[in-house]
Design a protein around this ligand. Structure first.
Ligand SMILES: *Cc1c(COP(=O)(O)O)cnc(C)c1O
Length: 366
C-alpha cells in the first residue's frame, strides 16, 4: 500500500509542550533541589500533598512513588490481604488487579456496562461471598464509576470501597472529587496521565485519619512516629522532590488543560456524529476530564491501521489482561469492547485542523 499523503501528523500526546509552557519555573526548582540536596520528603512533597488534598476536597493526600503503590498501600492499610476477595473489573489497566494480588487478596471480576466501559453495579451483589472484603471500582477515561449505586451495595453488605482514581485527577461526581466516595483512593502521576510527572509518581487520598497515618508510615518501610522504629511491614515508596516540584507547576495549569481537553472532546463528538462508531458517553453528574477519548468501532484493527496510514496515532486500551482469570463467558461485555475499543488523541494541544483530520479519516473509513 502506498503511504497516504496526510495534511497533518496527529500525535497521541505532546509532552514537550507541557514542559515548554512551564520551562523557566521547572528549571529553577530542579536546579534548587539538586544544589541543596533536599531530594526526598521535602517542601515540594508537602506542598503537593496540600494542593492535591485541596483540589480533591479530601482531608489527606499522601505522595508515593506510583499509582500502583497508592492502590497497594491503600489496600494494605485497610487490612485487605490473604483470604479476602476484592470485587473489581477485568477491563482496566493491569495495575488495578496487580495491586489486589500483591497484597495477597483475590480479585473477583464483574462485568462492565458497554456504554461507559465501567463496572456494572447491577452485577455486584451476585459476586459477593462470605470472603468479600471490598469493592474496587475503576474511574475510567477521566469520569467516575456510579458511586451512589456502589456505595449503597457496600454499606448494605458492610464492605470497604477503594477507588482506582489513577485516571481521575480533577474528576468529580455531583460536587465531590474522586477520593470522597471510599475509604481510600489512588491517583497516578505517570507520564501520560492528565497530571503527569517526568517519571513515576502517585498519590493516596483519603478522609480517614487512621488510614492516612498507616499509609504515611507504610510508604517509608512502615516507620513509626519515632525515627527508625517500625510499626508495619511497609514499602519503599517515596516521591522524588524533583517529581513533586514538576507536578506542582503542572497542577497550576490543570484546570486550564482540562477545559482544553473538554473543548476538544466536544469537537470530536460533533465531528464523529453519524460516523458509525459508538461515541463516549458522559454519565449524568460526572465532570469528565477526558484522560482518554475512547470509541467503540466495528473492524477496529482495520480502522487503527487505516488511521496509522494517515499519520493519526491511536491506542488500544485495554486488552482486559486478566479476563482469563474469570470463568469463560462470565464477562460477555468485557470481552466485547475489549475487541472494539480505540482511543483517539484528545490531548490539550490538538489543533482544529488535527481534530478535523481525525474526524474526516474515521468517517471516510466507515
Ligand atoms: C495508570 C493506572 C494505574 C497505575 O498507575 P501507575 O502510576 O502507572 O502505577 C492504575 N490503574 C489505572 C486504571 C491506571 O490507568
Amino acid at each position: 500500500m502506498t503511504k497516504y499523503n496526510s495534511p497533518v501528523r496527529v500525535p497521541f500526546l505532546d509532552l514537550r509542550r507541557q514542559y515548554a509552557e512551564l520551562e523557566a519555573a521547572i528549571d529553577a526548582d530542579v536546579k534548587e533541589i539538586l544544589s541543596t540536596g533536599a531530594y526526598v520528603m521535602g517542601k515540594h512533597n508537602k506542598g503537593l500533598e496540600e494542593e492535591v488534598a485541596r483540589y480533591h476536597g479530601v482531608r489527606h493526600a499522601i505522595a508515593v512513588n506510583s499509582g500502583t503503590d497508592a492502590l497497594r498501600i491503600g489496600l494494605d492499610a485497610l487490612g485487605i490481604g490473604a483470604g479476602d476477595e476484592v470485587i473489581t473489573v477485568a477491563f482496566t489497566f493491569v495495575a488495578t488487579v496487580e495491586a489486589i494480588v500483591q497484597v495477597g487478596a483475590k480479585p473477583v471480576f464483574v462485568d462492565i456496562r458497554r456504554e461507559d466501559q465501567m463496572i456494572d453495579p447491577a452485577l455486584i451483589e451476585a459476586a459477593i461471598t462470605p470472603n468479600t472484603k471490598a469493592i474496587m471500582p475503576v474511574h475510567l477515561w477521566g469520569q467516575m464509576a456510579d458511586m451512589a449505586a456502589i456505595n449503597a451495595i457496600a454499606s448494605k453488605h458492610n464492605l470497604l470501597v477503594i477507588e482506582d482514581a489513577a485516571q481521575a485527577i480533577g474528576s468529580t461526581q455531583g460536587d465531590k472529587g474522586a477520593g470522597n466516595f471510599s475509604q481510600v483512593a489512588g491517583i497516578s502521576f505517570y507520564v501520560t496521565k492528565n497530571l503527569g510527572a517526568a517519571g513515576d509518581g502517585g498519590m493516596i487520598v483519603t478522609n480517614d485519619d487512621t488510614v492516612a497515618d498507616t499509609c504515611r508510615s507504610m510508604r517509608i518501610h512502615g516507620m513509626g512516629k519515632e525515627r527508625y522504629y517500625y510499626d508495619h511491614i511497609g514499602y519503599t515508596s517515596r516521591l522524588s522532590e524533583l517529581q513533586a516540584a514538576i507536578l506542582r507547576h503542572k497542577l497550576t495549569q490543570l484546570d486550564e488543560w482540562t477545559a482544553m481537553r473538554q473543548a476538544i472532546a466536544a469537537k470530536l463528538i460533533a465531528g464523529l456524529e453519524g460516523s458509525g462508531v459508538s461515541l463516549p458517553v458522559t454519565r449524568a453528574g460526572n465532570n469528565h476530564t477526558w484522560h482518554q477519548f475512547t470509541i467503540l468501532a466495528p473492524r477496529r484493527d482495520e480502522l487503527q491501521a487505516f488511521l496509522k496510514e494517515r499519520e493519526i496515532d491511536s491506542m488500544i486500551y485495554y486488552h482486559a489482561p486478566y479476563k482469563h482469570l474469570a470463568a469463560e463467558g462470565s464477562l460477555p461485555v468485557t470481552e466485547q469492547p475489549s475487541l472494539e475499543v480505540l482511543s483517539l488523541p484528545v490531548h490539550q494541544y490538538l489543533r482544529d485542523d488535527e481534530v478535523a483530520w481525525v474526524c474526516e479519516s474515521v468517517k471516510s473509513f466507515l
